[in-house]
Design a protein around this ligand. Sequence first.
Ligand code: ADP
Length: 473
Amino acid sequence: MHKTLYLKFILAYILFGVFGFIVVATFISNMTVDQCSKNRADSLYSEATLIANTYASDLYNSEVSLDSVQKQLAALGTFMSADIYIVNPSGRMVVNNKDAANTDSEVYVADFDPGLAGNGKNYFTDNFFGMYEDMRLSVIAPITGDYVIRGYVCITAPYSAVLSEANSELNISYLELIVLFLLSMIILIFFTETVYVPLRRITTATEQYAVGNMKYRLSVDSDDEMGYLAASLNYMASEVDRKEDDQKKFVANISHDLRSPLTSIKGFLEAILDGTIPPEQQSKYLGVVLSETNRLTKLANGLLTLGNVGSTGMILHRTDFDINEVIRSVAASFEQTCRNKKVAIELVLTGEHLHVNADRERIEQVLYNLVDNAIKFSHSDSVVRIETTERHSKVFTSVKDSGIGIPKNEQKLIFDRFYKTDLSRGKDKNGTGLGLSIVREILRAHGENINVVSTEGVGSEFIFSLPLSQEDQ
Ligand code: ADP
């Protein structure tokens, strides 16, 4: 594609040169010749009129001699590089600038026609009534007296002089055209640099993307549409690349998280079946198998929830419900776990009832995941505090623990699927790394946010917002 675009531009450039040349060689050439002829004719005609009104009139009025007029005409003819004739209306030559005055001989200008100049022109070009071999540019001015035409002053000059003047002017036009053509090369260079080269790079990049090389990066730094297009393409490629990486990691993580419990379940069951594990120890290992099965169920449920988000987003069933009540019931469900781990849950709730507008079941899940993490990562004999506050038509729920905390550089990553901090690995063998990403998806679907404030070794606080119900507003 890019090749033809460039060829088209070169073709247009050459056409521009050729047409420019043709225009100068035809129209401009004709115009120049016409203009030069007109200029020369104008000056000859004013000279002819001057002669008609002075020497010629004086001659016809017999105020000067034929001889002196001839001398004057000879001088003028030399000065103008032209031949001057005074002719009677009948065509009889009275005097001219070349021959000495002679009243005896009668020389006639054959087919003398003073009306030859016409069509808006005051001159005509031919061989001046057959008197010359070459082309002439001639003018005829009448000599008038007593309201009649008494004769004519004719001036005729070689047409070749006019043509050579026109040619030298045309040469300047050709020179101008060549300079313009060379200067317009700047446009070609400019086009090559700003459009063609970036376009070629962009095309190469798209070809690379088409074959799946999303790591390919474009280098177009111009601050214009091309640069913007290249930057957009780079961004698109990096996003696709990141998504692909995420996808790969996601599949690798699922495979890993499915394989390890399945391997241990298979191992224990085989050992029980082939008698490696004696009957008295079987219940202990069946307990491990049950715990692994629970982990698989949790993983499957988590994936199901995330899978449901799909491209259209999570479908919510919003109602007005009392968040305080949901918090109390979630806290109650952890009673046994808390007792085992010697962790207390403290509720600091705003008001008796606090209604929010959200999907109750999903928010229950959010709270469950947050409280589950808070207890899991708490030290024994510590307190998990759940607090609700109302501000600007929003209800903020905070789940705060004084457990192991989350390192600063990992705080953004914990919401990614399957992400577990290094700190937590020893403490939590059953975690799937999906809990917080489910929390984030649910809150995103509500158009709300979740933030984490945590200090390594001190504790963590997760705060999320929900809209206050219309009624409570
Ligand atoms: P999991 O099911 O493994 O807990 P989550 O997505 O809920 O997965 O959490 C991801 C990771 O974030 C956890 O493995 C842990 O490293 C870290 N994390 C989450 N909550 C806390 C907390 N309250 N205190 C410390 N670390 C936490």
